[in-house]
Structures are given as structure tokens and as C-alpha cells.
Unconditional design. Structure first.
Ligand code: NAP
Length: 250
């Protein structure tokens, strides 16, 4: 077995222009994968690709893609398949948004937007990539969905977000059952509070309250989530399927 965890594999990452998605691209590239970095923000995703390790035989591409649009997902996947002459065997559904407010103040649009990106977006990418993998006869597929610990706990001000992430966990377990026999695994990671642009805007008093409940006594770093995702992407986790792995500092 190579010392690099995902040497020669092709990885499709959503929300790759920032935070955890960018760190996932960097960690998978360090471990030998070719990266298809996708994000709705074209400059950000190009910047991510500029940061990636390139060993001999390793290449990466940046694609502008909106996970809420089946058309955008299918177009990006097709151009990635044309570029690499085969579909990705690793897929990381990481794109996500928050639109926080108390339930009594949440409007229909804010609820729908968060469900559309976090849950429907994960479904669209998972469905399109699993279909491509199965048609290409790939039997070492690994799909990792980024959910959240608040999908288990709930969180004040995050009804839309926590419901979307609970949905991602259920979708993951169902995909694991449906795709298991095809040789495609599907797992979820459940990050706690990770320092990224998404959490930069959280008020200090809310951060302090959350931190008081974290055994590690600090926020997580995007790389700490990316390392777990890379393990789940690799053949080292070949019998892990349908799992929800918490990355919360305890
Ligand atoms: P982030 O820094 O805001 O990165 C998310 C990326 O996804 C951004 O580049 C964003 O682009 C992109 N994105 C948003 N909507 C998209 C769409 N419709 N299509 C394609 N790309 C889209 O957030 P992060 O903290 O790294 O979060 C990554 C994932 O981890 C999310 O699923 C999040 O829910 C999850 N998570 C984060 C934490 C945490 O504490 N940070 C905890 C638990 C789970 P824009 O910049 O244009 O919006």
C-alpha cells in the first residue's frame, strides 16, 4: 500500500473556495489525489487550486458550480469527466450556508435557501456522482457529506440549518444502504465549532457559550476536519459505511 492515502484517485469537492472545503482540497492533494475543486465563487475556487500540491502525474481543475442547480451540477461533472477521462471516485459534499434566526422570526425564503444548498445540493451532487461512478464500474467509491453536530443537538437560532444537517445525516445512511453493494461507501462528518469564514460572524458571547461546552476548550481548525474526511475518502476506511463521525473536540 502506498504511503499516500489517496494516490491517483480523483476527488470532487463542493464549496471548495473557502474554509473546510479548501482545507479538504489541500489535504487530499497532499495525499496524492487529483482535485476537481467546485464552488459558486469562481475567484475563490481558482485561488484554492493555486494552493494545491502538484507532484508528477497530478493535476487539478477549478469549476464554477452551484449545488442547488441540477443543470450546473451535471455540466460541471461532465466537464470534469471529459478532463480526467473518468469520473471521480471521491466526492466531498461540503458546500453549505447559514441564515440564522429564531424560529418565530425566520421567513420562508431563509428556511428554503438553507435547505436548498445544504440538503438538496448534497442530494443532487450525490445522485449525479454515484450514477457516474456506477456507470463507469468504479467499486472503490467514497462519498463524504459534511453535516453538523447541531443536526443532532439542535441549536437556538438555527432551525433551518440544524434541520438541513439532520437531513444530510439521514440521506447519508440511506445512500450507504443503497450503494453498498455497488462498492460506493457514503459517510458523514459532523463538525462542531470550526474557525472558518462561516463562523467569523458569530457574536463573541455566542462563541464563548459554545466553547464552554467543548472539552478541548478551543475551536477546531478546518484541517482537523479535512484529515478525517481524507481518511474516510481513502481505502484505509474500507469497512466504514453509513457512519456519522463527530469532529467536535468532545
Ligand atoms: P464557508 O467558509 O462559508 O465555505 C462554504 C463554501 O461553500 C463557500 O465557498 C461558499 O461560497 C460555498 N457555497 C455556498 N453556497 C453554495 C452553492 N449553492 N453552490 C456551491 N458552493 C456554495 O463555510 P465552512 O465553515 O468551511 O463550511 C463548510 C461546510 O461545513 C458547510 O457545509 C458547513 O455547514 C459545515 N460545517 C461548518 C462548521 C463550522 O463551524 N465552520 C460546523 C459544522 C458544519 P460563498 O462564499 O459564495 O457563500
Amino acid at each position: 500500500m502506498s504511503s499516500k492515502l489517496v494516490l491517483g484517485k480523483i476527488a470532487f469537492v463542493t464549496g471548495a473556495g473557502s474554509g473546510i472545503g479548501r482545507a479538504v482540497c489541500q489535504t487530499l492533494a497532499r495525499e496524492g489525489a487529483c482535485i476537481i475543486a467546485t464552488d459558486r465563487n469562481p475567484e475563490a475556487v481558482r485561488e484554492t487550486v493555486g494552493l494545491l500540491t502538484r507532484d508528477a502525474g497530478q493535476s487539478h481543475i477549478a469549476l464554477t458550480m452551484d449545488v442547488t442547480s441540477a443543470n450546473s451540477v451535471n455540466t460541471s461533472l461532465q466537464s470534469a469527466i471529459e478532463h480526467f477521462s473518468r469520473p471521480p471516485s471521491i466526492v466531498v459534499n461540503n458546500a453549505g450556508i447559514t441564515k440564522d434566526n429564531f424560529i418565530l422570526k425566520t421567513d420562508e425564503r431563509s428556511f428554503q435557501d438553507v435547505i436548498d444548498v445544504n440538503l438538496k445540493g448534497t442530494f443532487l451532487v450525490l445522485q449525479a456522482t454515484a450514477k457516474a461512478m456506477s456507470e463507469a464500474g468504479i467499486t472503490d467509491g467514497s462519498i463524504i457529506n459534511v453535516a453538523s453536530i447541531v443536526g443532532k443537538w439542535g441549536n437556538i437560532g438555527q432551525a433551518n440549518y440544524s434541520a438541513s444537517k439532520a437531513g444530510v445525516e439521514a440521506l447519508t445512511k440511506t445512500a450507504a444502504k443503497e450503494f453498498g453493494k455497488l462498492g460506493i461507501r457514503c459517510n458523514a462528518v459532523l463538525p462542531g465549532f470550526i474557525a472558518t469564514p462561516m463562523t467569523d460572524t458569530v457574536p463573541e458571547n455566542v462563541k464563548a457559550m459554545f466553547l464552554s461546552r467543548v472539552a478541548a476548550g478551543r475551536l477546531g481548525r478546518p484541517e482537523e476536519v479535512a484529515e478525517v474526511i481524507t481518511f474516510l475518502a481513502s481505502d484505509r476506511s474500507s469497512y466504514v459505511n453509513g457512519a456519522s463521525v463527530e469532529v467536535t473536540g468532545g
